[in-house]
Every structure is written in structure tokens, then in C-alpha cells.
Design a protein around this ligand. Sequence first.
Ligand code: PLP
Length: 459
Amino acid sequence: MSDYIDLHGNPQSFGDTEAQREVRQNDRDYVFHSWSAQNLISPMPIAKGEGVRFWDYDGNEYLDFSSQLVNLNLGHQHPGLVKAIQEQAGRLATIQPAIANDVRGELAKRIVEHSFEGARSVFFTNGGADANEYAIRMARHHTGRQKVLARYRSYHGSTATAITMTGDPRRWANGVIDANVVHFFGPYTYRSEFHAETPEQETERALQHLEHTIQLEGPSTIAAIILETVTGTNGVLPPTPGYLAGVRALCDTYGIVMICDEVMVGFGRTGEWFAYQGYDVKPDLVTFAKGVNSGYVPLGGVVISEAIHETFGDRAFPGGLTYSGHPLACAAGIATFDVFEDEKVLENVRDLGERVVAPWAAEMVAKHKSVGEARGKGLFWALDLVVDRETREPLVPYNAAGEAAAPMNAVIAACKQAGLVPFAHFNRMQFAPPLIIGEEDLVRGLAIIDEALTVADGY
Ligand code: PLP
């Protein structure tokens, strides 16, 4: 007996046990889901988690190689974070933003201490999109200019200016909400917009393209350039050599605020506290969320430079949020810093990334005809899947949906069948396991992905 017919016309069941069936039935009947046609989705049920694993209500076990949207850097149910939240809840569960409080102040101090030289303060938000909204607002007030340059192939969140800055299909359906956003291309050597053959050429041409964009838009109208330090959802694209330093130089030349969106890569994903620290560049504003407390309680924020902080020294900053610097979230953030230090999390990310994943990724390119390129850093990786290595035609078209997405859906299904959930997007097999993963689980997960790639080879 089937509970419903899926997108491909196949009968599907809500699960084996009564508990799982009820969870999925309630979800289907009453929960309105983001980014989805409500009748066409069948969300995965999760009953409990621990470390790098979670279980559905039928008792099936999965390795979490997506970290729940690259969020759970310290894994499910880390005892240090759970205890910190419980203790704070027993003491003071909430306070409004104009109040001084021990956990809010201490977390801001620790973030500033781990940030770029010249970082001065932290503005707390509820998540990543609003962190980007506030960073843009600060840049506009600071410079007295309105335009923002953002990149194609980026994701900056789903609120008004954040979705307009986003450079992927999620923006199109929402139309133009902020008319002062202009897009440009960043480096992506494997699919170069600039016909570059080497990463160095790509850097040079991408920077020329950016400077032309600045000149044609009018330097005196541009408040900020925003970029994901390492592009996340849209392909795990680390910057080419010298690119970020070049963007910094252009910002200095034209008096533009440089904003690094570190919502996905901040807090250890690439093996540094913040990914920009691996590229020797100092931004003016840095946005963060997710990894700051592994999303146990919603929290985001903006790290602010001395110069921008001073703009609002004697002049009021016109903006704020009721839950800014929520005590439960901040307590979990402080615990995050402690766990990173006690468990040597950054060292684990660097070691496993370089010693285990990098050679495995090179092996995948050699072994599977569907793997056109492998790229990544730390514990954040993508395999760019193709139908033909010569033409580099993607395994599924950009923005693939429905039948067009069938090959990728088959690869993802093979992973899930074997007990692993990846962070796959369009034609890319991406993965981002919790940063506390051990070598044994990592190797097991990589073996599952390796096996699933034979499905992609068949197309
Ligand atoms: N910026 C980046 C780079 C992201 O990856 C995301 C979310 O995935 C966001 C911003 C938006 O964050 P949130 O969903 O917390 O609003």
C-alpha cells in the first residue's frame, strides 16, 4: 500500500512504524516548507541525532554529511553546548538587546579576539540573511552610497536585500526587491567566464572584470562589495590565488566596504576560525551565523571594523532586533569556542582535509569518468559531475528540476540507500560533515560516495 505518489510517479510509503507514518503525515498536512511546491516534496524524518549520525523514527541510521545545511559544525547533541544552553535557561532565558549581560559581552569579545586585526565590535542578529542585511545597511550609512556589488553563483539569504544579492536561481522568482544591487562574476576556473586556462589567469581576468564593473557603475555610488569567502551552496569554490587580495585593493582604491559572508564557512569549516584568515586578507565587515553555535539556538551577526564602528560613535545606528544576542544562543556560542579549543577542532579539520579528503578527491577524478573536477578545503568539498569530460557538460543542467534532475537524484538516492546524506546541489556532489568527525566515519562516508558515483558514471 502506498501513502502518496512521488514526483516521478512512484508509489511511496511514509515509513514502516506507526510513529514515522504519523510524523510524515502531520508534516505533509500542516507544515509549509521553504523553497518547495508543497505537494511535491517528501522531507526526510529525523527522530534523534548524536555526533555525526542521526536516526529516523524507523531506527534507520544515517551519516550526516550535510551537517543540516552546513550548520552543525560540532555535530548533533554536543554535550558541551547542550549543558551551556540548559544552564543559561535555568538562570536567565531572555533579555532585550539594550541590556548588558555576561554571555552577550563575553561572546562578542571572543569573536572579536578571533577576528581580523582592527576588528572592533559585533552586532548580533538571528541568522545569516539578516546579518547580511545589517552589514549592507552599515556600509550604506558609513559611505553615504547606495549600490552593492554581489557575485553570480552566490547565496546570501532569503530576506529582501539578501535574496536580491543572491546570484543563483533562488533570486529570479522573487523579482527585484532592492534596485541598488548589481551582479558580477567571480573566479571559477573549471567553468571560466573569462576563457582562462589557469587559476592565475582567472584571477587577473576576474579582477579586471570587477574593476570595469566598478568603473561603469560609478565608483562614487558603490557602498560595498559582498562575497562569500569560499562560495558555498553554489559549488564550493575557494578563491583563486590572489583574488581576495585583489578585491581588497580595489575596495581601498575606490573607498568601497569589503564584506565577507562567512555564514557557511565561518567557525572552522575550512580549517581556520574564519575562512578569510587562510587567504591573508582583512575585510571591513564579516557576517556569520550557523557554526557560531552549530545552530542549536538561532544566532548570526556582523563583525565590525574600527572605522565603521566609529561612524556610529556619536551618531545612532538606526536598526535592531528584539532577539539580538539571545542569551541561550550566546551561551552556546561561548561553549563552541571552548569545545573548539578543548577538542582541537581546527587541527582535526586541517588534518583530515589534507591527509584524507584531498587524496581521495584526486582518486575520484582519476577513477570516475563522471567527476570533472574535485575542489574544496578543510571539510568542505564538491565533485563537479559531468556527462562528458571533454565538453564539461554538467551531469544535470543548471537549475535542474523534475525529470531533468533525475541523474543527480539517482546519485543522492544511492548515498541515502547506503546510509549517508550529502549536501548535493544541481550537478555537484558536495559534502560537509560535522567538524568533529573521526577518521573512521569519514573514510566510511567517502566510500559510500565513491560507490554512489558509479551511478553517475552510467549516464
Ligand atoms: N549566506 C550564506 C553564505 C549562506 O550559506 C546562507 C544560508 O545557507 C545565508 C547567508 C543565509 O543564512 P540564514 O538561512 O541563516 O538566513
